[in-house]
Design a protein around this ligand. Sequence first.
Ligand code: BG6
Length: 474
Amino acid sequence: MGFRKDFLWGGATAANQCEGGYNAGGRGLANVDVVPVGEDRFPIITGQKKMLDFEPGYFYPAKEAIDMYHHYKEDIKLFAEMGFKTYRLSIAWTRIFPNGDEAEPNEQGLAFYEDLFKTCKSYGIEPLVTITHFDCPIHLIKEYGGWRNRKMIDFYENLVRTLFTRYQGLVKYWLTFNEINMILHAPFMGAGLVFEEDEDETQVKYQASHHELVASALATKIAHEIDPENQVGCMLAAGLNYPYSCKPEDVFAAQEKDRENYFFIDVQSRGAYPNYALKQLEREGVKIEMTEEDLALLKAHTVDFISFSYYASRVVTTDPKLNEQTEGNIFASVKNPYLEASEWGWQIDPLGLRTTMNALYDRYQKPLFIVENGLGAVDTPDGEGYVEDDYRIDYLREHIKAMKDAVELDGVDLLGYTSWGCIDLVSAGTGEMKKRYGFIYVDRDNEGKGTLKRTKKKSFDWYKQVIASNGENL
Ligand code: BG6
């Protein structure tokens, strides 16, 4: 009973939200670097406003973030002290290929991650590596239009071949694209897309999605060829859509909303475009250019496991009067009257995690991996920088309980759990520092001021005992 003996407890981060060092070690500029804080952020991440360079008058939080580029040894040491078995991080593509289309990689970038992985290994921490977490070299956007262009598959292939070869024996778990379904909601982050006026956005998004799906299958193929030990996962921004009522129209609308997300994982895990998507795309007049070779590749190289983020469930209604919205992961949802919400309006639904896990396991019958979950909250440190974050402990405890029920009572096969932002980092949605998820407080504010000092929060010791007891002691 309980979690498997080798359950991978840990935490997760993404390069652009924690590394900083945006021009260090020969790194090139990426889309995520030039996304500022403030009211222009949303139009930029949704591809409606173009910003492909730093512009005066804006603050760009990713430039320095929490400077993990220079603090990773200290940070990983703290993760080890909590007992982490795994640490999920992402590669900054532009450290390896500064422009994205070079033939040869940048040795300094490769050496940086090599040392980081070795540091993890020295503590017995298994790296879990996201190959792209919302990042795309700016040069590839300016020259090729991002993932709308088929050539991106070649550049990505070059990247993954380099990574799998160099880090063979150091890294075993890989995720091809973070929250691949986010391309529909934040296409600049998900695929480096900026839309032209009068362009058919749906057409562009699905063509870009196809390229990412092919690139993901190709990466899976290459990973297995280079080392059969490699385990490759897809990554879904999950959270079921509940029908607001039992009205059949609501139930059907919720199913359709879920399929918008499942579409990506259906291709990555089952190896083919699902019928409902083909019909839907046909009705919308979307024509995806794809070759016979693409289809064969998708079929032959499906993922080994299904990873996902879970923050909240969502609600769908067909009743236009029930339009009270609440915030959520990048996009808003109808408010669920039965749930409390975080300070940012994200609804708190631990049982929804169990329901989501069951839905995914029923559908795919492959091991699951929860690679993001957590509470973004304002922390108020005392004079020493210590935070009593009982609210965060409560959130995580309830979600871990629900996850345990899914494993113990429902028999879901779960590889591990990495809570999001195990050390405070920059928010992807808002660019704020004050939206904190960590077990470790970082002294840095929304304007980029602060000493960057790291301090353990109350949740640090709590999570340590959760891991030590393999989830028994909550
Ligand atoms: C997920 C992303 O969408 O949610 C992370 O993969 C992100 O990059 C996380 O940070 C939480 O969202 P936010 O907007 O609170 O940072």
